[in-house]
Every structure is written in structure tokens, then in C-alpha cells.
Design a protein around this ligand. Structure first.
Ligand code: ATP
Ligand code: MG
Length: 139
């Protein structure tokens, strides 16, 4: 069955939004198959966002994910179309485009403090699950 990697970022954890995120996915009908809270190493965060390494906000993004003020809550969710549905439920990256009713559209206004991550493709999902949880078979 299809799987995706969803992570509540440190600002979402600090604001107490983990339960709300889990509820939304559970209520939609998805199954939680992996869950842990960790402060990622700089290397892990850099690998996770490797595609963005040339962007001006990259250093700040890695610092935000790794500063340890709160952990990242890492999740693997499973179910029909969960990669695309997960992205739809999360909402757009740009706060002005994240629709009310989406997670970002309900809980945040800043692109640099946007609560949650979701894999953007099957390939990213597989890569990210392996990166954060180890090989998929170990889940
Ligand atoms: P994510 O990968 O975290 O789910 P996304 O796929 O919606 O987010 P990406 O383009 O992959 O968006 O950007 C990754 C993350 O980098 C964003 O979620 C945000 O935290 C940060 N980011 C993106 N653009 C900016 C920006 N202009 N300024 C600051 N941070 C940014
Ligand atoms: Mg992304």
C-alpha cells in the first residue's frame, strides 16, 4: 500500500499541533505505520532538503530544523493516494496560497515556520522514509 513521509516541524511541535495533525490523517482514513520524535543532525536535515541547497534560505532552514528547541515528529502514513492527499491536506508552501481548511492554511502565516512537511512524490517518499527511519523493511 502507498506510503508517505510526514513530519511535524519543530515550530509545530512547540505549538502543540502534533495531535491535530495526527487526528486529521486518522480521520481522513489513513493508517499510522511509523512514529518517532528526534532532533535531526545537521547532516540529516541537509540531506532531507538537498534539492534546496543552493537557495538563500537553506542555512536558516537547516538551523530551524536542527536547533533542538523542539524535536521533529516523524511519521509514515499509509493508504490510498496518501502522497498526493497528504500534500493536499498540508496546503501550499506560500502562506498566501494555502487554502483555509488545509493544515498550513489553518495554522500558519510564515513560509519559514510552516508547521509540517510532506513528501512531494513517490520517489521522495521512499527516499525520505529510508532517510529518517532507515530501510523501509525495518519499520
Ligand atoms: P516541505 O518540503 O517542507 O514539505 P514544500 O514542499 O511545501 O515544503 P519546498 O519548496 O520543498 O516546499 O521548501 C521546503 C521548505 O523550505 C518549506 O516548507 C519552507 O519551510 C522552506 N522554504 C521554502 N521557501 C522558503 C522561503 N522563501 N523562505 C524561507 N523558507 C522557505
Ligand atoms: Mg518539499
Amino acid at each position: 500500500s502507498e506510503r508517505t513521509f510526514i513530519a511535524v516541524k519543530p515550530d509545530g511541535v512547540q505549538r502543540g499541533l502534533v495531535g491535530k495533525v495526527i487526528s486529521r490523517f486518522e480521520e481522513r482514513g489513513y493508517k499510522l505505520v511509523g512514529l518517532k520524535a528526534i532532533v535531526p543532525s545537521k547532516q540529516l536535515a541537509e540531506q532531507h532538503y538537498a534539492d534546496l541547497s543552493a537557495r538563500p534560505f537553506f542555512k536558516g532552514l537547516v538551523e530551524y530544523m536542527t536547533n533542538g528547541k523542539a524535536p521533529v515528529v516523524c511519521m509514515v502514513w499509509e493508504g490510498k493516494d496518501v502522497v498526493r492527499q497528504g500534500r493536499a491536506m498540508i496546503g501550499a508552501t506560500n502562506p498566501l496560497e494555502s487554502a483555509p481548511g488545509t493544515i498550513r492554511g489553518q495554522y500558519c502565516v510564515s513560509v519559514g515556520r510552516n508547521i509540517i512537511h510532506g513528501s512531494d512524490s513517490f520517489e521522495s517518499a521512499e527516499k525520505e522514509i529510508n532517510l529518517w527511519f532507515g530501510k523501509a523493511g525495518e519499520l
